[in-house]
Design a binder for this molecule. Structure first.
Ligand SMILES: Nc1ncnc2c1ncn2[C@@H]1O[C@H](COP(=O)(O)OP(=O)(O)OP(=O)(O)O)[C@@H](O)[C@H]1O
Length: 342
């Protein structure tokens, strides 16, 4: 049983203009998020990601479809029970959403105070969380005195305070520089590993997905257009919007402009060979070309590592007769993906 299960979930808003078409923010989304997953949801601005998050934590009702969170169908649950359920979901935001008039300590204590926990329990938990996020020495500081990365670490400590099973991160690193982003992502990874917390990570940045997610859903126009294991989507994206996102981080695929340059510089046929772990070795491919008497040259390429698994793309200029080249490429294509690119 998945921890979060969405079935054919749709959310529409009335048109801002009288008589205009309604806005379909989320359009028939079905997703299963298992306990322990770090599930990345990626899409461009307006794809429907934030709306989906508001539906999952029941801040807004879905227009149709069902959303089951931790065995509770939240589309048919009274508000009182939803408030309890939200204690099981932590949230972190792009703009941190801290109380500027409260100290770091009080910010982290806030959800526990609201939940009416005993003072001694709150004190112990806040100290423990500040230690976890490495901010024990900032307990008495105010948010204004902190860097962006430190603010987000306070946000993470606060989100973890009630020991939620699920953490929703909505563009949580989008306001941070690349180095601080990596520090915050490393902290989230630790929370996932050490507490087994399930994470739903909303982002428009593919490197965030690459760093932290185990699964990914690509959203476009309110729909999930592709989803699956991060390695599978990165190494073999199926739809154009996934391909565009993947091309922002994956090394080794020449852009159309780069292909033009390659075409000018090299004679022969230009072919990209894509390897995924478990495929034939590169040596086997080169041997096939050499045995066929073909001359070849590596003109572009890159190997990627996604969670310890490798895949890559090598672009070769191959010279020889067309017959010999076709026959060799056909044999190679039995083992790995071969695309004639220019
Ligand atoms: N409360 C609302 N009322 C009307 N339209 C809305 C509302 N919330 C979102 N929308 C519309 O729904 C669509 C999806 O918006 P959403 O904010 O979920 O996308 P997003 O992928 O999170 O984008 P961004 O990263 O820019 O926030 C957009 O067309 C948006 O204008």
């Amino acid at each position: 049983m998945p921890l979060v299960a969405l079935r054919d979930v749709t959310k529409t808003y009335p048109s801002p203009e009288k008589g205009g078409d309604q806005i379909v923010a989320v359009d028939g989304v079905s997703l299963d998020i298992e306990a322990g997953d770090v599930y990345g949801i990626i899409g461009y601005s307006g794809a429907g990601k934030s709306t989906l998050v508001r539906l999952i934590n029941a801040l807004e009702p879905a227009t149709s479809g069902s959303i089951v969170v931790d065995d509770t169908d939240i589309t048919s649950t009274p508000e009182r029970r939803l408030r309890e359920m939200r204690l099981g979901i932590g949230m972190i935001f792009q703009q941190f959403n801290l109380f500027n008039s409260k100290t770091v300590w009080k910010n982290v204590a806030y959800p526990l105070t609201v939940a009416g926990r005993p003072k001694a329990e709150i004190a112990a938990r806040v100290d423990e969380l500040l230690e976890f996020v490495g901010l024990t020495d900032k307990a008495r500081s105010y948010p204004d005195q902190l860097s962006g990365g430190q603010k987000q670490r306070v946000g993470i400590a606060r989100a973890l305070a009630t020991s939620p099973r699920i953490l929703l991160a909505d563009e949580a690193t989008s306001a941070l520089d690349p180095e601080t982003t990596q520090e915050v992502l490393a902290l989230l990874k630790r929370a996932n590993r050490e507490f087994g917390i399930t994470m739903i990570v909303i982002t428009h940045e593919m490197d965030v997905i690459q760093s932290i997610a185990t699964k990914v859903a690509v959203m476009d126009g309110g729909r999930v257009v592709e989803n699956g294991d991060v390695f599978d989507v990165f190494s073999n994206p199926q739809v154009p919007s996934s391909q565009r996102f993947v091309s922002t981080v994956v090394k080794g695929i020449p852009s159309p402009a780069e292909l033009e340059v390659l075409r000018e510089r090299h004679t022969g046929r230009i072919v990209t060979i894509s390897f995924r772990d478990g495929d034939a070795s590169q040596a086997a491919v080169f041997l096939e070309l050499a045995t066929a008497g073909l001359e070849f040259e590596l003109v572009y390429g890159g190997i990627n590592d996604i969670q310890g698994r490798a895949f890559g793309h090598l672009t070769l200029a191959i010279r020889g007769t067309d017959d010999a080249t076709d026959a060799a490429l056909a044999r190679i294509a039995e083992r790995v993906d071969v695309t004639e690119v220019a």
